[in-house]
Ligand binder design. Structure first.
Ligand code: BES
Ligand code: MN
Ligand code: MN
Length: 462
């Protein structure tokens, strides 16, 4: 039987099994869900075993465990290491979900007329990770596994993959391979396949501004007592100039400018500013005027406040000058910015612009290096050939705006290149309420993966 027939015979079960995994609230950021995260690791391990993987283990780390499995068919053939994550983002704000985040349902949307699975993790990354598990089952059952496969599925991606570098260093032998394959990114549209060739890095900090030693009556003290919330807002506002450039000294020093040719190639990818604005309900784009919106979202760095709090946030009005104000700030980085350097630049700048009236503290949360993946590599060519077969169109290379911290570690620690063959859409609302993943995309991924392995087996070393 061909993998194609196997897929059409087992579609319903392939969907049911994914829904089972989606019912587990494996929220890595919230310690209250610890037992669910661990239960999810076991469920992934079981699914790998059932699919035919060997040596399946749940390997502990100082954080959440990594699930490992492999299926070696012939040591003389190339080996692909598949990476994914079983942890998910918190579902908050929960009130904005149309159906409960861990009770997956199928609904049709304009973009997914054949239906989409609505659940936290449906697209990021359980649905995409699980395509590889089902592709393995297909290859095993049809006797068509053209190379060796290894799997690592981690549980801390959404909180920065803090323990994965050590895991890679400690298991170098176990993880020997020729390439890493990841489905945790997206395509431009279901009729415009694309392959992600770059990811942004990340520097994430939390800041605290402290003013008076206690909350004060804003009438009695207001006017002379420094207000840390006002101060924090002014400090944040000053970090971009009127050209939307980030004002931290040295911030752009290592930013690589793309050539005219590279920018022209990027501009080939279809983008409609009108559709973009309509899709997220905004009146206009912001950002550096010399760059197009897609460039601002991929090859340019950012500074964004992710959360800000302090003072009275309850019902009604309370006249108060708070003692403290807080913000969480992320900076997306591009080659060759270094997250540790940028974090240090942020810290010293933030401290230097603090007024004498207040005290500031910067806490470093986590970082990720920006990544570029090669297009002149058998792995890229294998992905392009496989997607061309299943989508009927040659995929376009595309730089993504998100981050996957471990991608540069694969290269640095294991010496491996990564191919980012993802199948999600930007409109799938990852990290947002009503996250979903198209049935088209789920099954297209399962169909494409075995073809990727076939092409890579052929192209590797050729
Ligand atoms: N899968 C995403 C990253 C992604 C999504 C890249 C779509 C490109 C296209 C990943 O799970 C993610 O959310 N990463 C975090 C990293 C952080 C928590 C360290 C991110 O980008 O915010
Ligand atoms: Mn992800
Ligand atoms: Mn994510």
């Amino acid at each position: 039987m061909t993998t194609e027939h196997y897929l059409s015979d087992h579609k319903d079960r392939f969907l049911e099994e994914l829904l089972e995994i989606l019912r587990i609230p494996s929220i890595s950021a919230d310690p209250a869900y610890k037992s669910d995260v661990l239960r999810c690791a076991d469920a992934v391990a079981d699914s790998l075993r059932k699919a035919g993987a060997q040596k399946v283990q749940v390997i502990s780390t100082p954080g959440y465990p990594v699930v490992y499995g492999e299926r070696i068919v012939d040591p003389s053939l190339p080996t692909v290491l598949v990476y994914g994550h079983y942890d998910v983002q918190p579902p908050d704000p929960i009130d904005l979900w149309t159906s409960p985040p861990f009770d997956p349902v199928i609904r049709k949307t304009d973009i997914h007329p054949e239906g989409a699975i609505f659940a936290r993790g449906a697209c990021d990354d359980k649905g995409q990770m699980f395509m590889h598990v089902k592709a393995l089952e297909m290859m095993v059952e049809t006797g068509e596994q053209p190379l060796n496969l290894k799997f690592i599925v981690e549980g801390e991606e959404e909180v920065g993959s803090d323990h994965l570098d050590d895991f890679l260093s400690d298991h170098r032998e176990l993880l020997t391979a020729d390439l890493v394959l990841v489905s945790d990114t997206g395509i431009i549209a279901n009729d415009t396949p694309s392959i992600t060739t770059g990811l942004r890095g990340l520097s994430y900090v939390e800041v605290k501004v402290t003013g008076p030693n206690r909350d004060l009556h804003s009438g009695l003290y207001g006017g002379a007592a420094p207000n840390p919330i006002n101060v924090l807002c002014e400090m944040i506002a000053s970090m971009k100039d009127d050209q939307q450039r980030i004002t931290i000294p040295g911030f752009y020093d290592k930013v690589v400018e793309l050539s005219v040719e590279e920018r022209a190639a990027m501009a080939e990818a279809p983008f409609s500013e009108e559709e973009y604005k309509a899709s997220i309900g905004i009146g206009g784009c912001e950002g550096e005027p010399d760059y197009t919106p897609p460039e601002r979202m991929s090859i340019r760095p950012t500074l964004d406040v992710n959360g800000v709090w302090g003072g009275y946030m309850g019902e009604g009005a309370k006249t108060v000058i708070a003692s403290e104000a807080y913000a969480k700030i992320s900076m997306r980085l591009v080659p060759d910015q270094d997250p540790d350097e940028i974090t240090a630049l942020f810290k010293s700048h933030f401290e230097s612009i603090a007024p004498e009236s207040c005290k500031v503290e910067v806490t470093i949360m986590h970082g990720a290096h920006p990544a570029v993946t090669p297009v002149d590599h058998p792995g890229y060519r294998a992905a392009a050939a496989a997607m061309e077969q299943t989508f009927g169109r040659v995929p376009v290379p595309f730089r993504g705006g998100g981050s996957i911290p471990i991608v540069t570690s694969f290269e640095r620690i294991l010496g491996l290149k990564t191919v980012l063959m993802g199948f999600g859409l930007d409109s799938d609302a990852i990290h947002s309420p009503d996250e979903h993943y198209g049935l088209f995309n789920y099954f297209k991924g399962i169909e494409t993966i075995p073809l990727f392995h076939e092409h890579f087996a052929r192209l590797h070393g050729a």
